[in-house]
Design a protein around this ligand. Structure first.
Ligand SMILES: [Zn+2]
Length: 106
């Protein structure tokens, strides 16, 4: 068994478990069932994800990173109208000033 991550709560642990399962990575959650045990420190009773096969560790870490830091949607870049020179917000495909269509730079 290979320790992967201590989740903030049981829900996060379950989400990660499902995510790993979808990528065919066997994992298990330990710890949350100790919540009622006497004498446990709070830090020890958070659910912790463990990998069944430590060879999955690199892939699991990548999935974990993506899970914790979802990439932001790239904002569309502003563009300059080739006809009138106005700057147009990237969300628009037509120049607000003269109506000319954006010319793709790709
Ligand atoms: Zn224009």
């Amino acid at each position: 068994m290979q320790r992967l991550y201590q989740a903030a709560n049981r829900i996060e642990a379950q989400l990660l478990l499902d995510l790993l399962a979808r990528h065919r990575i066997d994992a298990a959650v330990f710890g949350d069932y100790l919540a009622g045990a006497a004498g446990e420190l709070p830090a020890d009773i958070l659910p912790t994800l463990w990998l069944t096969d430590e060879r999955d560790l690199a892939r699991a870490r990548q999935l974990l990173t993506d899970f914790l830091n979802p990439p932001p949607a790239a904002p569309a870049a502003d563009w300059d109208c080739p006809a009138c020179g106005e700057q147009v917000e990237g969300d628009f495909d037509l120049c607000w000033n003269c109506g000319r269509a954006r010319v793709s730079s790709h």
